[in-house]
Design a protein around this ligand. Structure first.
Ligand SMILES: [Fe+2]
Length: 205
């Protein structure tokens, strides 16, 4: 294991069962409040994967681990990303939350042994999406937005569920465009989000 990551599993007994180990790691690092979000996203991702003929078990694994980098305190995330030689965009240095998607993918790979490129790709863009996203990327992206990590229903939910009746791309665009229309109020506009918005708005015209 990369030495920068061993500190996060020290003195923690992992079983090899993804759901159990996710719960243990988050709890040991004081993040038990995010376990429920992981469970809800995993269930929704599996359900949506079955709806759109994608791999339900893989979608569930993505959901269980997509925010696993919550074990890394926010003020340590950029340092860790540098130690892991991840590409760090200026927007990710400016807003520390955004790098969590890339860190989750590395933690899933190194600590949980996930080597499925589809799962790692989806995890690595579950907040911003990206250009040329796959259907699997989009399914787990949408699952995270439907079962968001805040109280109550998200403000875009009704519109998003209606868009889902048209297509997966319509649902994804509904959320991405929701952000795009509010881009002046966002802390930063991540270039991957801008790319995804541009691509989808062209495709759906
Ligand atoms: Fe996340």
């Amino acid at each position: 294991m990369h030495p920068a990551l061993t500190v996060f599993t020290q003195d923690i007994a992992l079983t090899g069962d993804i759901k159990t180990d996710m719960t243990t790691l988050l709890t040991q690092h004081g993040q038990s409040k995010t376990v429920g979000h992981h469970m809800r996203v995993a269930a929704e991702a599996k359900r949506l994967a079955q709806r759109w003929n994608a791999h339900g078990d893989d979608a569930e694994i993505e959901g269980w681990l997509h925010d696993i980098s919550a074990i890394v305190p926010p003020d340590q995330r950029i340092t860790l990303a540098e130690q892991l030689n991840l590409e760090i965009l200026p927007e990710e240095r400016a807003v520390l939350m955004i790098i969590h998607q890339k860190l989750s993918a590395v933690i899933a790979q190194v600590i949980f042994g996930i080597d499925n490129p589809a799962i790692l790709s989806a995890m690595g863009c579950h907040t911003t999406l990206k250009q040329h996203a796959t259907a699997f990327d989009k399914i787990v992206f949408i699952a995270d937005k439907i079962k968001w990590d805040q109280a109550g229903d998200p403000p875009y939910l009704t519109e998003l569920l209606a868009a889902m009746e048209q297509s997966l791309d319509h649902a994804v665009f509904c959320y991405v465009d929701y952000l795009w229309q509010r881009r002046d109020t966002l802390l930063v506009v991540h270039p991957w989000l801008a790319d995804a918005h541009g691509e989808l708005s062209e495709q759906l015209q």
